[in-house]
Unconditional design. Structure first.
Length: 448
């Protein structure tokens, strides 16, 4: 009974001894209020660390970018803001610890944290007590954490550690209106719970996933062998020849390694998708659309029609990935977050230029709709297709290729899909040098 009282029946891990200082969560090194302290001067404690522009951006994000706050009535939202704190954690601080009860919800203002999960595969006798587990996620500004424990009333599913000095907006569960699932008084949808569980990697230590291995290892070792070799030992218990390790290595089933690999692959795929979008945003920022010209929008619509079904599906998933609020628009904050996630730090002026150029029909855009995103991605996709093809022919990086080389490549590709043998480049001078940047713009239908 003593041993059972110290083991979590769900994860089969040792329960945390919260009285042990090693297992405590870090206290903020600085806590500031968000409420107005001096009505006469209308200033508050956060004025010393956050500019007015940044405060407005944060307020907009908290109001519309955090899905748990966006449906609040204005009175409920501003009442919650009055009770919130701005807390600062030092690098290395463990803000949340897996297995402990949760009562706080955090939204990152600056800095970065990592989410780590200890699994059922770790040996409690050999694993260091300060080991937090495998890092499965990294969160930056305008991300949030701590919601799962508040929604489910379960202990924290993962540990959260600051990888650099980090400032967060902190919200007590008792201050959150009952109309929000964060209060714990309203059930979350299945889709929301699936998203949250994926975020905190609950499947990593879901014992149902490894029940057969776990049960087999703990029962078979009582018959023969050890925990590591619970079955019969070939060559000792049987007359069979000992197999070549090199031949059997490929059959080893390492469930934890496979899951970790899948998670890494998934993150790398997302990184590649966002990096692709960032590259397209860079291109669009450099364009000079004629605002108000319906021909510009029509030209991009034609380019969208040339996309394959796979490309359309891929761009749709990419839009959803960037549109964190799910409102069908990419805001300045969401664009900044996407760019920063792949190491592209842009000024507000540059980000606004990207957003504005995405819709040539109107000058002064402040967000990107899905249709505008598709047009922008289609134009940039075809532009880079043309440029990279032409650059492969330009070994000297002069910006020019001969008409003959260009015609030969285009005809070579054409011959794979068509019986037409007509020349594609309409000129008798095949030595003529072609400015392929201008040629690419011509293929995109841009006015020259």
């Amino acid at each position: 009974d003593t041993i059972n009282s110290k083991v979590d029946p769900t994860s089969l891990q040792l329960k945390l001894d919260c009285a042990d200082p090693v297992n405590r969560e870090a206290e903020p090194c600085r806590t500031r209020t968000l409420t107005v302290l001096d009505e006469a001067n209308a200033t508050n404690e956060i004025d010393e660390v956050i500019s007015d522009q940044r405060k407005e951006e944060n307020l907009r994000y908290l109001r519309s970018g955090v899905p748990y706050f966006k449906d609040f009535e204005d009175d409920d939202f501003y009442d919650l803001m009055d009770k919130a704190k701005l807390v600062t954690f030092e690098q290395g601080d463990i803000i949340m610890r897996q297995g402990m009860a949760g009562s706080m919800f955090y939204v990152i203002e600056t800095g970065e944290v990592e989410i780590a999960v200890r699994t059922a595969f770790e040996d409690p006798l050999t694993t260091p007590s300060d080991y937090l587990g495998a890092v499965i996620n990294i969160l930056g500004p305008h991300n949030y954490f701590g919601e799962r424990a508040l929604i489910t009333h379960e202990p924290r599913a993962a540990s959260v550690r600051a990888t650099q000095k980090t400032r967060c907006f902190a919200f007590e569960v008792n201050d959150i209106p009952s109309s929000s699932v964060l209060s714990g008084k309203k059930a979350a949808t299945m889709e929301r719970m699936q998203e949250i569980n994926n975020k905190y990697g609950t499947d990593v230590y879901d014992i149902d996933l490894i029940e057969s291995q776990f049960t087999g290892a703990n029962t078979a070792n009582q018959q023969r062998g050890s925990v590591n070799t619970p079955g019969q030992i070939v060559g000792v218990d049987t007359d069979d020849a000992i197999p070549d390790p090199a031949m059997t290595m490929e059959f080893v089933d390492d469930a934890s390694g496979a899951q970790a690999n899948e998670r890494v692959i998934s993150l790398l795929v997302r990184f590649k998708q966002i990096r692709r979008a960032a590259r397209c945003f860079e291109y669009i920022m450099k364009t000079k659309p004629k605002f108000g010209d319906v021909g510009e929008a029509r030209r991009r619509s034609l380019l969208v029609s040339k996309l394959s079904n796979y490309q359309r599906s891929e761009f749709k998933d990419l839009f959803k990935l960037i549109d964190q609020s799910g409102d069908g628009y990419i805001s300045l904050l969401e664009l900044r977050r996407a760019m920063e996630s792949v190491g592209e730090n842009k000024s507000d002026e540059e980000l606004l230029r990207m957003i504005n150029n995405a819709n040539p029909e109107i000058d002064g855009n402040t967000e990107i709709a899905f249709a505008e995103f598709m047009g922008m991605m289609a134009e940039a996709e075809f532009y880079y297709l043309f440029i990279e093809t032409f650059e492969a022919l330009d070994s000297n990086r002069s910006g020019f290729v001969s008409a003959g080389d260009l015609n030969r490549v285009l005809c070579g590709v054409r011959d794979l899909v068509s019986d037409d043998r007509m020349s594609i480049i309409d000129t008798s001078d095949m030595d003529m040098q072609v400015d392929y940047e201008t040629f690419a713009d011509m293929l995109l239908g841009k006015p020259l």
